[in-house]
Design a protein around this ligand. Structure first.
Ligand code: SAH
Length: 213
């Protein structure tokens, strides 16, 4: 696992690209500058790692586009010690960004292969979530609820009720909703029964899975 000054230069450029696309949160940009994204994808595609593009990982899944990761992280307004549930661990890149923002992260993955791979890999880089869970994100994580923030990194055909009910009052759920393309949707819990809904534009994610592998 090598990280060189050339990689650092490419990361700085990537952060500038994201800034030009509207990412203003300095903590998020610093996380992008710090995390060695090339180590999260297959080494034969190393040269693609710092382009603002999604990329295939194992189990027919993708590492999200850096802009999408930055946008979701910025929108959640992550604060140190925020208790965050992440649905779709995947490569662990978004997880690493949340950990750089000093959140307490619980991350759920539906594909066993990715769960195994990433739960070994991330701690080697020094990124330690509170918990990696192999399970079904549609159910949330009742035993650790309520959460300050919940982030979904796969396209959801509908908004799973358990995710809304596992938010603290004042908490935020950020979820891309839709089939072929998704509308990034932010729910803010205003009270036990009231949620404010904001639609934040179109994105493209791999679909949230209903079956375990
Ligand atoms: N943030 C990740 C995104 C990976 S793509 C990254 O940047 O690497 C979406 C991920 O969500 C995939 O790893 C997929 O296996 C996972 N996923 C899909 N459906 C899920 C579900 N129901 N529960 C938990 N994870 C799910």
């Amino acid at each position: 696992m090598k990280d060189t000054s050339k990689h650092q230069g490419l990361r700085n450029q990537l952060a500038n690209v994201l800034k030009a696309k509207g990412i203003t949160d300095e903590n998020v940009l610093n996380a992008i500058k710090k995390i060695p994204r090339h180590l999260f994808i297959d080494s034969s595609f190393e040269t693609h790692a710092y382009q603002d593009k999604a990329f295939p990982i194992a189990a027919e899944q993708t590492i999200s586009q850096p802009y999408t990761v930055a946008f979701q992280s910025q929108t959640l307004e992550v604060k140190p010690t925020d208790k965050i549930l992440e649905i779709g661990t995947g490569s662990g890149y978004q997880t690493a960004v949340l950990l750089e923002l000093k959140a307490d992260v619980y991350s759920i993955e539906r594909q066993r292969e990715l769960f195994k791979k990433t739960s070994l890999f991330l701690p080697k880089l020094g990124y330690k979530p509170k918990k990696f869970i192999f399970g079904d994100g549609y159910k949330g994580l009742i035993e650790q609820a309520p959460f300050d923030k919940i982030i979904v990194t796969a396209g959801a055909p509908f908004v799973p009720k358990p995710l809304l009910s596992q938010l603290k009052v004042g908490g935020k759920l950020l979820i891309p909703v839709g089939d072929k393309t998704q509308i990034m949707t932010l729910f803010i819990r205003k009270s036990a029964k009231e949620f404010e809904k904001h639609e934040l534009g179109d994105f493209a994610f791999v679909p949230m899975l209903e079956e375990k592998n």
